[in-house]
Structure formats: C-alpha cells, structure tokens
Design a protein around this ligand. Sequence first.
Ligand code: SAM
Length: 225
Amino acid sequence: MTGGPEHWDRVFGARQEADLTWFEAEPEVSLRLVTAHAGPGEPVLDVGGGVSRLVDALLARGYRDLSVLDISAAALAATRDRLGNLARDVRWIEADVTRWRPHRAWALWHDRAVFHFLTERSARAAYLAAMADALRPEGHAIVATFAEDGPESCSGLPVARWSPEALADEVAALVPGGFETVGAERHEHVTPKGNVQRFQVSVFRRAGPGATPHSSTVASSRERS
Ligand SMILES: C[S@@+](CC[C@H](N)C(=O)[O-])C[C@H]1O[C@@H](n2cnc3c(N)ncnc32)[C@H](O)[C@@H]1O
C-alpha cells in the first residue's frame, strides 16, 4: 500500500517543496536518463511525479508530449500552479497507478520513489501490468527506488528496498518476457537537511511486438490536459 490520496494530499498540503526529504532542485539523474532514452518529440510519463521539477526541466528542453500522473490532487495542483501557462502543455492524470488503466502508449515511463512504497506483491503486480500496458514496444522504464541499504520508511510509510538484481527478478517474475534490463546505477540523494539516502535506478526496455500478453487492473482515473 502506498498511502491513499488523503495521506499524500496531507503531506503536500503541510510541507513546502523544499521541506520534502525527496526534494531535488535539479533532478539530475532522472533528467540524464530520460533524455538518454526518449527524444523531445516522444511521449514521456512521470509516474508519481508529485511536485518534482522534472517536468519543468523537460519542458525547458523542448519536450512537448509530457504527462504527470499522481495519486495526490494537491501535488498535481501545486505543480500546475508552479508551471503557470506551461501547464497547458502537460497532461495531468490523477490516479492510483496500481488501479490505473493506461489509455495510450508512451515511449518512456519514469518513476522516482513510488514503486518502493508497494510492499505487497499484488500491488507490485498491478503497477507492473500498468507499466507494461503504458509503454509502447521497445519503450523504456526508469524505476528509481531506495536501494537495499536505503531508508526503511519514507513519509511515515514502510518501503520495500531493492537491489537492481532483485528488482529485475521481480519484474521478470510478474511480467514474464515483458521487459529486459538495460542497466542500473546507484545514486546518493542528499535530503534538504543533509541526510544521505541511497537509491538504485534501473532502466528496463519493453519487449518488442509479439511479447507475452498480460492484463492489468481496471479502475478509474481522472485526466486533465
Ligand atoms: C516520495 S514522492 C516522490 C515524488 C517525485 N517522484 C519526486 O521525485 O519528487 C512519492 C510520490 O508518489 C505519489 N504516489 C504515492 N502512491 C501513489 C500511487 N499509488 N499512485 C500514484 N502516485 C502515487 C505521491 O503522491 C508522491 O507524489
């Protein structure tokens, strides 16, 4: 369980952006990996984007088919407000990723610090089914989680920590034949208070045409563009 919308709305309502432990003024690792695997003309989806500045950085680099999905309406509203007129160029999807059915295909799925909240396997299966459905063949998924020596909780919620190997095994087990691993790296995030949080960042490629079929959980989402 990742905490419901009320939990996350409360978090974003109570704290300024720079007070969030996961705040990054410059999302350097995400930006480097996103731009390496999708060009400005390609559709990019930031899952659990929250109030991340990744969308600002991608807009500034000419990306024009951007979507931000989050369970928290408050987070999406704050990001839209920050962007002002530029927000019109982004699709905003208010949804629980574990209950969301994608309505189109993206070239790139980016998740920083969402998957690790999925402590139940059924939720991870639903998330990965959505990830498989949302990506076009040979599209890329970037999944950044707390590493095996990272924090044990975040935002008052327990997390599941991952090594790149364990994460790749989980993806292979839950979406057989659906993804291949492109690479992984470690990252040390320094929180605004100066604490170090160890992350792993894995990149997966969706299988080409003819991949194993699968199904995802059907549920509702509200979208704005
Ligand atoms: C730790 S924050 C990371 C935010 C952002 N990715 C960043 O790096 O700044 C986790 C984010 O995931 C969102 N979230 C949590 N559970 C979710 C779910 N089941 N579906 C969609 N978003 C979720 C939260 O609202 C929050 O914005």
